[in-house]
Design a protein around this ligand. Structure first.
Ligand SMILES: Cc1ncc(COP(=O)(O)O)c(C=O)c1O
Length: 379
């Protein structure tokens, strides 16, 4: 049968981050040694206690459908962590799915969502997928949004501002005044704030400010987080969204007709993650911190200009000085240095000369990968 995809899918782009990684994996499969600095997930194992908790949850019969809002004990644990009510919490299969449900719940077709570039590519695609329109605003040279520019992007179709601090791909962590500034714009123009706080544990040399510190759920905050990054649980597909009871209810309706719920025993295991794995998280974050310091020192030694990231596990670097105009630096590095990074173009039109480099990988890969990059670019 001839396949004619529906029009709304023409606009949808493949995940650039996954695509880049797949290309590198194909080279590896063909026997080429590739240093992978494209990964968007911790290279650590999920802490043992969490795995054991999942195993015993399975043995105790937590292998059936869960309510579409999530398992009650899980929602209770998240509500305690954030000092909100369980009715404000929904469990989702990864925070990514939560973003989809949240946008689906609040947007009418044609409504605009302000996205601050450089931005994680899925935001734009999810907005389009649910019939919304992304309205992109570029951050400044330090990858911090200018509050006046964000405000001038607000129009009569604007429904929400989507924020991600600590940021993927830049590692930028927004200050309290920036977070407050965005919250004030949302308040003044009656907009939702969708805050993706998935990298909240990976913050260095600076204070971390959650939107919950400056506004309440009733003011229109929809906060997303999950277990993928902080607990090295990407494959467990578990996240959560915090919002008003009404938003959460709509999200549960969508979930009820699609995923049903995230994996039941993963939710039980995640309670152990929250209550008993603080030391594991701290150990992982410290190791990321050491790697970050190593990369900073390597880049400084070579005199390469970059903005120091304060969080997440990425560097977003402009290679325009080293690579010809019109050449995609990520493809160039993959072909010539056998180092896999992610093309800056994936994160916004203004960044084709940039690459995102992840240090969520071994010290050996970091050292050799950067060594190859420097050699190839003749830095
Ligand atoms: C900014 C950002 N938000 C959300 C996600 C998705 O996380 P999850 O595994 O919870 O769906 C990612 C994953 O790379 C991310 O970088």
């Amino acid at each position: 049968m001839e396949f004619n995809p529906p029009e709304r899918l023409f606009e949808l782009e493949e995940s650039a981050t996954l695509k880049a990684s797949e290309k590198a994996n194909a080279m590896i499969a063909s026997g080429i040694k590739v240093y992978k600095l494209d990964v968007g997930e911790p290279d650590f194992k999920t802490p043992k206690k969490i795995i054991e908790a999942a195993y015993s949850a399975m043995n105790n019969g937590m292998t059936h459908y869960a309510p579409s809002l999530g398992v009650a004990q899980f929602r209770q644990a998240i509500s305690s962590k954030y000092s909100v009510k369980p009715e404000n919490v929904i469990a989702t299969p990864g925070s990514k799915q939560g973003i989809y449900y949240a946008l689906f719940s609040i947007l009418n077709p044609g409504d605009e969502v302000i996205i601050i570039n450089p931005a994680w590519p899925s935001y734009k695609q999810i907005v389009k997928l649910v019939g919304g329109v992304p309205r992109e605003v570029n951050a400044n040279e330090q990858f911090i949004p200018d509050i006046d520019e964000v405000e001038s992007a607000v129009g009569n179709k604007t429904k929400a501002i989507l924020v991600n601090s600590p940021n993927n791909p830049t590692g930028a962590v927004y200050s309290k005044s920036t977070i407050r500034g965005i919250a004030e714009i949302a308040h003044d123009h009656n907009l939702w704030v969708i805050s993706d706080e998935i990298y909240d544990r990976m913050v260095y040399d600076t204070e971390y400010v959650s939107f919950l510190n400056v506004m309440g759920i009733e003011d229109g905050l929809i906060l997303l987080n999950g277990f993928s990054k902080a607990y090295a649980m990407t494959g467990w597909r578990l996240g959560y969204t915090i919002g008003t009871k009404e938003v959460v209810k709509q999200m549960a309706k969508i979930q009820g007709h699609t995923a049903t719920s995230p994996v039941t025993f993963a939710q039980i295991a995640a309670i152990t993650a929250i209550n008993e794995c603080e030391d594991d998280v701290k150990a992982m974050v410290s190791e990321f911190g050491r790697r970050r310091a190593k990369v900073i020192s390597m880049l400084n030694q070579k005199g390469l200009k970059f903005t120091v990231p304060s969080g997440a596990f990425y560097f977003f670097i402009d290679l325009g000085r080293y690579i010809g105009k019109g050449v995609d630096p990520a493809s160039y590095l993959l072909e010539n240095a056998h180092v896999s990074t992610t093309s800056g173009a994936a994160f916004g039109d203004k960044y084709p000369a940039f690459v995102r480099i992840s240090y969520a990988t071994s010290n050996e890969t970091i050292e050799n990968g950067f060594g190859k990059i420097f050699e190839t670019l003749k830095v």
